[in-house]
Design a protein around this ligand. Structure first.
Ligand code: G3H
Ligand code: 13P
Ligand code: ZN
Length: 318
C-alpha cells in the first residue's frame, strides 16, 4: 500500500497504550527484514532514514528502498527522516516523498530551535506531513558523558510546554536519559521526567536510543543482554505513554552477528548472498522482539483483523 503518515499511527498508539517501532533503513536487507517481520506480526512500522544512511546510500536510494517496501506491504509503513539537520534537508525530504519529518535542533539555542522547527512545521503541515522535534539533547555514547551530564541534557518540562506551543510540532523527541549507539541495554530512563513532560504537552513522545535502554523481557532467540527488576525500562516508558521508539544500533549489531556466523560456518563462501541472508534473518528476529515488546503486533488493521498477503509471499531470494 502507499506510504502513510506518522500522525494517525502515533495518535492511535498513544490512545491505545502501545508504541510503534521506528527502525533505521540502512540497506536493502535491513529494509526487507523490517517489512517482512512487520507483515508477519501484522504491525504498523516506521522506516527511518538517518544522517548516516543518507551519507552512505544517498537520499534517493534510501527513500526508494522504503517506498518499494511499502508498496509491497499490506501493513501501514511510514517513511521518516531521522535527526534532520536543517530546514533545507527537511524540504528536500518533503519533495522526495517522506511522510514524516524530524528536525533535530538540539545543538541550537532554544529560541533558534523553536524558530527553525516552526518554519518546518509550517511548510510540512501545508501538505499534511507531521514533524517530530527534539528538546534537550539525546547524546551519543561517543560523547563519553557521565550520568550527571546525561541528566543535565534532559528536556525541561516547562520548556517543553513552551516548545510545543511555539513549534506546533506533532511529536516530541524528549531527552529522558537514553543515549544513542549503546551496545548493551543498561541505561535507565527518567520516568518522572517523562510523566511531567507528558502532562504538560499532550503530544506523542518519542524515545530515541532504545538499543541502550533497559528492558526486562528475556528472549533467547533475539537479544541476550537484559536486566530484570529495574526502574526506567522500555516497558515502563510505554506504560507511561511513549508512542514511537527508535532502534538502530541493535539492528546493525544483529546484521553483523548473522554475517559473522555465516562466515565462520562457510569461510570459503564465494556467493555474498549466502552471507547477507543470515544477516538479514538475524535482523528479523531483533525486529520481532521489539515489535512484540512495543505491543504493536496485531495492530496493522484498525479493526484488529488480519488481512492481506503473508510475509512468506514476499520473496526476493531463493
Ligand atoms: O540516531 C541515529 C541513529 O543511531 C543512527 O545514526 O545512521 O547516522 O549512524 P547513523
Ligand atoms: P540506537 O542506535 O541507540 O538504537 O538509537 C536509534 C535512534 O535514536 C535513531 O534516531
Ligand atoms: Zn535518535
Amino acid at each position: 500500500m502507499p506510504l502513510v503518515t506518522s500522525k494517525e499511527l502515533l495518535q492511535r498508539a498513544q490512545a491505545e497504550g502501545f508504541a510503534i517501532g521506528a527502525f533505521n533503513a540502512n540497506n536493502m536487507e535491513c529494509v526487507q527484514a523490517v517489512i517482512e517481520t512487520a507483515e508477519e506480526e501484522q504491525s504498523p512500522v516506521i522506516l527511518q532514514v538517518s544522517q548516516g544512511a543518507i551519507a552512505y546510500a544517498g537520499l534517493e536510494f534510501a527513500s526508494m528502498l522504503v517506498k518499494t517496501a511499502a508498496e509491497l506491504a499490506t501493513v501501514p509503513v511510514v517513511l521518516h527522516l531521522d535527526h534532520g539537520t536543517d530546514f533545507l534537508q527537511n524540504v528536500r525530504c518533503l519533495r522526495a516523498g517522506f511522510t514524516s519529518l524530524m528536525f533535530d535542533g538540539s545543538a541550537l539555542r532554544l529560541d533558534d530551535n523553536i524558530k527553525t522547527t516552526r518554519k518546518i512545521t509550517e511548510i510540512a503541515h501545508s501538505i499534511g506531513i507531521p514533524v517530530e522535534a527534539e528538546l534537550g539533547k539525546i547524546p551519543k555514547i561517543e560523547d563519553n558523558l557521565t550520568p550527571e551530564q546525561v541528566e543535565d541534557l534532559m528536556a525541561d518540562p516547562e520548556q517543553a510546554e513552551k516548545f510545543i506551543e511555539g513549534t506546533e510540532c506533532d511529536s516530541l523527541a524528549a531527552a529522558i536519559g537514553s543515549v544513542h549507539g549503546m551496545k548493551e541495554s543498561i541505561q535507565p530512563l527518567n520516568i518522572e521526567r517523562l510523566d511531567d513532560i507528558r502532562r504538560r504537552t499532550g503530544v506523542p513522545i518519542v524515545l530515541h536510543g532504545a538499543s541502550g535502554v533497559l528492558c526486562t523481557r528475556e528472549d533467547a532467540s533475539a537479544k541476550q543482554v537484559k536486566l530484570a527488576n529495574h526502574e526506567g525500562t522500555i516497558e515502563d516508558a510505554i506504560k507511561h505513554g511513549v508512542s514511537k521508539i527508535n532502534v538502530a544500533t541493535e539492528l546493525s549489531m544483529a546484521f553483523l552477528r548473522g554475517m559473522k556466523e555465516a562466515f565462520a560456518e562457510r569461510p570459503n563462501e564465494k556467493d555474498m548472498r549466502k552471507v547477507l541472508l543470515p544477516g538479514k534473518n538475524a535482523v528479523k528476529e531483533v525486529v520481532r522482539y521489539y515489535i512484540r515488546l512495543f505491543g504493536s503486533n496485531g495492530k496493522a488493521a484498525k479493526n484488529g483483523a488480519v488481512s492481506g498477503i503473508q510475509a512468506s509471499e514476499i520473496k526476493y531470494h531463493e
